[in-house]
Design a protein around this ligand. Structure first.
Ligand code: ZN
Length: 283
């Protein structure tokens, strides 16, 4: 009748036993726990502030009021991009962990339905089972679910995919690159041989007037860029093919959209060139 545990009895916890009902309930709601939501929010805020600081730096560079040329701080831009990459990686890891928890959760839910809770009556049975089964305790199982999860979802590929589809990342990456190299093609553009790239350089001049772009627009059909007024007057005259040599794509008013990156390229190029040009003027 005594429930006292004798000193020689084995009271170590078995290797595996189902999660207690109350813990199991807690685990069910862990995803909406404020800690997780808060850490995600902090990461998002940090991402937004990096995007904002890149935007502000760009505006500072593009400030036309300046009378001296600008020196681009490449270190600052590359640090910004590195920090943003790390933040996206953190966000990605948090999300993966969350998804993996979902899978653990359904497994644990299943187990709690079919298995006896741990108590003095079932202790011996679970201890015996520990010797033969390879079931792991809660913490080990969740950790191992997670490492299986990240192995299954090819990490590097899917993270790269996320970088490609992140508007924030593409913005900071493209702007940083263009600020440092206004006349060079972006890495992604190099693969696209339909672009107006001459000797690895991007032409910053309108193919129709051969003057620097002021309001560049890009054709959705062939990705070529023209000065808005010039291409519109060509279209108005009934010429509806792309004026670039060798490109026979049709072009209509509806195909045109502002080419913000080209505008940035030209403005940066002219801001950096400023001193050179005024020196030449003086000669
Ligand atoms: Zn074209």
């Amino acid at each position: 009748m005594s429930t006292e545990i004798s000193s020689d009895s084995d009271f170590s916890f078995p290797q595996y036993f189902p999660l207690h009902e109350s813990l199991s309930r807690k685990f069910e709601t862990i995803q909406t726990s404020s800690v997780q939501a808060q850490s995600m929010e902090l990461v998002d805020q940090a991402i937004q502030s990096l995007v904002k600081s890149t935007k502000q730096y760009t505006e500072f560079i593009l400030d036309g009021e300046r009378s001296t040329p600008v020196k681009i701080d490449e270190q600052l831009l590359s640090n910004n991009l590195k920090a943003l990459t790390n933040l996206l990686k953190t966000k990605y890891t948090l999300k993966n962990f969350n998804d993996s928890l979902q899978e653990s959760r359904s497994r644990i839910r299943q187990e709690s339905r079919t298995e006896q809770p741990l108590n003095l009556e079932t202790l011996q049975a679970y201890q015996n089972e520990s010797e033969t089964s390879d079931k792991r305790n809660f913490a080990d199982a969740v950790t191992s679910d997670y490492s299986q999860y990240i192995q299954l979802h090819n990490q590097q590929n899917s993270f790269n995919e996320l970088l490609r589809s992140s508007k924030d990342y593409q913005y900071v990456k493209n702007v940083s690159f263009i600020l440092s190299h206004p006349e060079e093609a972006l890495a992604d553009e190099v693969e696209d041989d339909e672009l107006a790239v001459e000797g690895g350089k991007v032409s910053l001049k309108d193919p129709i007037s051969l003057k620097y772009f002021e309001n560049p627009v890009k054709s959705r059909r062939c990705q070529h860029t023209y000065e808005q007024d010039n291409i519109l007057s060509r279209i108005g005259e009934g010429q509806n093919t792309c004026p670039i040599d060798g490109c026979r794509a049709n072009v209509s008013r509806q195909d045109l959209q502002p080419d913000e990156l080209m505008k940035l390229r030209v403005t940066v190029h002219l801001a950096v060139q400023h001193k050179k040009d005024s020196n030449i003027d003086r000669l």
